[in-house]
Structures are given as structure tokens and as C-alpha cells.
Design a binder for this molecule. Structure first.
Ligand SMILES: [Zn+2]
Length: 331
């Protein structure tokens, strides 16, 4: 269930007082603890993506989490490229896609079975884990046509996306990582409802590899409990991230910078220039034409309705129309 929270202070906007504001990725570093990370509050960007598709609330909530993971992980890419999060599962929400293109474009969509979703909701069983069900989460890094794609796969077995992201870092990246995701629909008196999602990622990146091994890389689902000495600095980061309260990451009156200060000021936290993230789709008429160019004459006929081929972008819902004659001639 979604909690609806009343936000009393509608006059103070993020961005005042030198804060980066919503829809900005804010990188930070806690040098004394060898930790680095990023934090973000998604606001209008999310309303754009979720509102365009008019997703039911439980679906919107899951997709918002997927957007957070894509932004938090994608914004760490040091080169031009794409970070793509995709789930394929057997639950009512059988596919989530969130793709982040550097330096700051995000697009996302969800596929779901409305009847199954309704049945689960009526039974009071529409938890995010149940909606996803079992399957895989694939995280793909794509640096363009001439480089190899990198893909990490994590099993989803009644797991939340936050848990799956943890597993990904433990298994694939081998970097001790803490990640927190929060999503809610909020209400501003006089302005109505709006979506907000907040996420924070913190990673242990000491210079010496011995210390890295003393992170929390042991364990995992089903793994036997092993006594591992955890580096004190990382233990402190984990403890501090553990104090993030429910709602703290999405509270419009708690700017991410303020949260970082609360968590880490005793150790000295540095905040780096923020990067704006925008609701931008990379679809184009040329790209879709390129796909149709690969169709056989038969497929072109099958795609034609009332003398036109009409293609809708799954991400941004933009509609493109083509004359089938353009393609039939080429075949
Ligand atoms: Zn599009």
C-alpha cells in the first residue's frame, strides 16, 4: 500500500539556498571513511514518466524504484553510454525497463497484466515483491556500437529491487555497497498529488585491496554464515546509512545535501557538482524507420492498418506514422 503524506511546507522549494534541487544527481565523498556515493530526489521527472502512462499506483511505484536504480548506477559511468535496467519476471508486472543515457537522460516503462494486478490488489497481496514475482533482473552497460556490452544478471525470487541491487554489487561488482530506495505519492495542499522518489548509494572504495576484502562481500542468499571481519570505516558507513528513516529520502523539505550533512558531517563529507536528469526519450522517426527497413514484405503487410503503419514508442508514447509503400518497394 502507498502511504500518502501531507507536506505542510509548500512555499520552500528545493533549489533554494544553493541546493542542487530535485532531479539532480549529487555525488559525494566521505574521505575519512573511504566512501563515495550519489544521492537523488526525483520529482517532476517522475511525474512526467509515470503520468504519461497513467500506471496503476503499485506499478508506478515499482517503475519509480527502477528509475532510481538506473539513475544511481548509470550516473557513475565515466564514458558516454547507456545503463539499462530490465526485469523479466512471471508476476503481474512482467517487465520493467529503465534506461539512462549519459550525461542525464532517463526513460522508462512497465508492462503489466491489469487483471492479475487487480486480483492481487483485491486480495491485499500486491506487495512489490509479489508484483514482480520470479525471474531475472538484468543490468546492462552499453558503450556504443564498437564496444562489448557488459551485462550483470541477478535472480529475482520474491525480492525487492533494492535487495536485487545489493546482490548485484556483491556478485558482479564486488564492491561493498549500501543502497536505499524510497518512493511515495505525496500531497501538497492546493497543488494535488505528486510522485517523489529518493535514492542513495554509498560504496566502500579504499585504496588498499586488503581493506576492500574486509567489506561485506561475504554471504548472500543461501550462503553459509561466515565470520568475516568488516573494516571499521565501512561498518560506520553501514551504520550511518542504516539511520536513514522511512520518508527521509523523499521528504521535499529535506534536501539531499541536508541528509548527507546529517549522516556524515562528523567525518567530513564533500559534495560535488550535481548533474541534472531529464525525462528524455531517444526514439526518432529515423530509428523506427531503420527497424521497419529490416521487415520482410510480409511483415510490412501484417503491420499495416487502414493503409498506414503506425508505431508507438513504448517509452514516451509518441506515435510515428509511415506509408507502407516506402518499405514494400525496398523489399
Ligand atoms: Zn520515445
Amino acid at each position: 500500500m502507498l502511504e500518502t503524506v501531507n507536506v505542510p511546507d509548500a512555499t520552500k522549494k528545493l533549489g533554494d539556498f544553493g541546493f542542487a534541487g530535485e532531479d539532480h544527481v549529487i555525488p559525494f565523498e566521505v574521505g575519512a571513511l573511504d566512501a563515495r556515493g550519489r544521492v537523488i530526489q526525483l520529482g517532476p521527472l517522475l511525474d512526467g514518466i509515470l503520468g504519461r502512462h497513467d500506471y496503476p499506483e503499485p506499478v508506478a511505484r515499482l517503475l519509480a524504484e527502477a528509475c532510481l536504480v538506473a539513475v544511481l548506477l548509470g550516473s557513475s559511468l565515466k564514458f558516454e553510454g547507456k545503463f539499462i535496467l530490465q526485469t523479466r519476471t512471471d508476476g503481474p508486472v512482467d517487465m520493467l525497463v529503465a534506461d539512462f543515457t549519459t550525461p542525464g537522460s532517463l526513460r522508462a516503462y512497465a508492462r503489466f497484466d491489469a487483471d492479475r494486478l487487480e486480483a492481487l490488489a483485491a486480495a491485499g497481496e500486491a506487495s512489490p515483491e509479489t508484483l514482480l514475482g520470479h525471474g531475472v533482473l538484468a543490468l546492462t552497460i552499453d558503450q556504443g556500437a564498437y564496444t562489448q556490452r557488459y551485462q550483470g544478471i541477478v535472480q529475482l525470487e520474491g525480492t525487492t529491487l533494492q535487495e536485487a541491487a545489493h546482490t548485484y554489487f556483491r556478485q558482479s561488482e564486488q564492491i561493498p555497497t549500501e543502497i536505499r530506495l524510497q518512493v511515495a505519492k505525496l500531497v501538497r495542499p492546493g497543488e494535488g498529488e505528486f510522485w517523489r522518489a529518493g535514492g542513495l548509494i554509498a560504496q566502500f572504495l579504499p585504496e588498499s585491496p586488503e581493506r576492500l576484502r574486509m567489506g561485506d562481500l561475504h554471504g548472500g542468499d543461501g550462503a553459509p554464515d561466515v565470520e568475516v571481519e568488516i573494516d571499521n570505516a565501512w561498518r560506520e558507513v553501514q551504520a550511518l546509512v542504516g539511520t536513514i528513516e522511512t520518508g527521509e529520502l523523499i521528504d521535499p523539505t529535506i534536501e539531499p545535501e541536508r541528509l548527507l550533512y546529517r549522516l556524515f558531517h562528523e567525518h567530513g563529507v564533500r559534495v560535488f557538482p550535481a548533474t541534472p536528469v531529464a525525462d528524455v526519450c531517444s526514439c526518432s522517426r529515423e530509428r523506427i524507420r531503420g527497424i521497419l527497413d529490416g521487415f520482410s514484405a510480409e511483415e510490412i503487410v501484417e503491420s499495416t492498418e487502414d493503409g498506414r503503419i503506425s508505431v508507438n514508442c513504448e517509452f514516451c508514447s509518441k506515435s510515428y506514422e509511415f506509408d507502407p509503400a516506402e518499405f514494400v518497394a525496398a523489399n
